[in-house]
Design a protein around this ligand. Structure first.
Ligand code: AMP
Ligand code: GLY
Length: 430
């Protein structure tokens, strides 16, 4: 089978690494990919939103499956583009159609869906600039902190948590009146603050059945002790120590099952990954957000634990025969440490030579923001999040220790990483 993966981060390298092990695979392409995906297949210089060029490439190279990593092409309708084109509509796309991807593409759509299907989530209301007065009144009846969310995609930056009413009012005005998040902030969801500990659950679904994948937790803040600004993710761990059987049973009954049932009831055929951003509030799960894809860096922890051939699972998604597949999971912990460029998530420099890969022992190295400099034949940094180091071991502590030992061996100028990953979770381990 010839496969095309869309995307260029650590998640896509993890997907490419896993798919490249499949006996079903003939040729693997990644568009646009990074220096890591180039080791698992062939990179193609096509942007993930250039549907015309992607379609032409798929026909030209006789691609038989397209796996979509990031959200933007999904929300822009890549799956619909394939379905509407007679020369592409027989090619499976792993990733939902636009309507379903709106679970990630519009916070308001997601909240309405959650409420319609009686799925636990924070109480909310949605406002536009036309009714900003009501938004201010609504803030007045909530208790701090205040959670304001730009409706549309904002590259993970669209959620602002304000400690004071004054700050929340100012933020609201910036979003609705001053276009702080552009079109994404044309609508703003204001919701109740939930106090708890976050985790992510994932399913793979063929539109009829779903398979629950291993849970994971990511570390969003740049600073140790979960301080400082949000990032794309500084590390992750799978499984999540506090997500025990009792809790995960609640997650399935109250959240996962009604979500899939709701999609079917609404006639939305979802084929791909669903990412449930959850918060555990005193033992009860609530949905913070949906994403229409795997998480990053959660994928770098979850995918190495999946023993199945990923192309078997994706073929079953395409054929709607996922009910016949059984997930096999490596019981060990996977711990991922993200190496980032100093300054990230603010301004940082690129094009720094990365070395030391050959010294890494007993860990996986997934490239995120890397590129290849052909003038000096070197792998160089090409983004804020640069390399994900993942290790498997019987305890969470030893899995992180292995990742930290190998994180030290990889060098680039101004490398930084969080050294406290996993520490917040030790108390949940008996
Ligand atoms: P989102 O982009 O919706 O995942 O939100 C980003 C982050 O904001 C989440 O990971 C949470 O840490 C936080 N957050 C979002 N909604 C809430 C809420 N209702 N209560 C508390 N924290 C929230
Ligand atoms: N790690 C969070 C995300 O992928 O959105």
């Amino acid at each position: 089978m010839n496969v095309l993966i869309l995307g260029s981060g650590g998640r896509e390298h993890a997907l490419a690494w896993k798919i490249s092990q499949s006996p079903r695979l003939e040729r693997l392409f990644i568009a646009p990919g990074n220096a890591g995906t180039a080791q698992a297949g062939t990179n193609v210089n096509i942007p993930v939103t250039d549907f015309l060029a992607i379609g032409n490439f798929v026909i030209d190279k006789e691609i038989q499956m397209v796996v979509v990593g990031p959200e933007v092409p999904l929300v822009e309708g890549i799956h619909d583009y394939f379905l509407s084109n007679p020369s592409l509509n027989h090619i499976p796309v792993i990733g939902p159609v636009r309507k379903a991807a709106m679970l990630e593409g519009s916070k308001d759509f997601a909240k309405e869906f959650l409420v319609r299907h009686n799925i636990p989530t924070a109480k909310y209301q949605t406002f536009t600039k036309e009714n900003i007065g009501f938004a201010e009144q609504f803030l007045g009846i909530l208790n701090p902190p205040y959670v304001l969310k730009a409706d549309g995609l904002a590259a993970g930056k669209g959620v602002v948590i304000c400690q004071s009413l004054g700050e929340a009012r100012q933020e609201l005005r910036e979003m609705l009146l001053e276009d702080k998040f552009g079109r994404a902030g044309g609508k703003v969801v204001i919701e109740e603050f939930l106090d708890g500990i976050e985790l992510s659950a994932f399913t793979l679904t063929d539109g009829k059945h779903y398979m629950i994948l291993p849970s994971a937790k990511d570390y969003k803040r740049i600073g140790e002790g979960d301080t400082g600004p949000n990032t794309g993710g500084m590390g992750s761990v799978s499984p999540v120590p506090f997500a025990d059987t009792t809790f995960m049973k609640k997650v399935e009954e109250k959240i996962i099952r009604p979500t899939h049932k709701g999609l079917i009831e609404e006639g939305i055929e979802y084929k791909g990954f669903i990412f449930f951003g959850l918060i555990n509030v005193q033992g009860e799960p609530f949905v913070i957000e949906y994403n229409a894809r795997m998480g990053d860096p959660e994928a770098e922890s979850v995918i190495p634990r999946i023993k199945n051939d990923l192309l078997d699972l994706f073929t079953a998604v395409a054929n709607q025969s996922l009910a016949n597949e059984k997930l096999e999971v490596d019981e060990r912990y996977a711990a991922t440490v993200m190496l980032v460029a100093s300054g990230y998530p603010g301004h940082y420099e690129k094009n720094k030579i990365i070395s030391g890969f050959e010294k890494v022992e007993d860990s996986f190295v997934f490239h995120a923001g890397t590129g290849f400099n052909s003038s000096n034949n070197q792998t160089v940094t090409n983004g804020g999040r640069v390399i994900a180091v993942t290790s498997l071991d019987n305890s969470m502590k030893s899995a992180f220790e292995k990742s930290y030992v190998n994180a030290e061996k990889i060098s680039f100028e101004n490398k930084e990483y969080r050294k406290d990953l996993g520490k917040d979770l030790f108390k949940y381990i008996p």
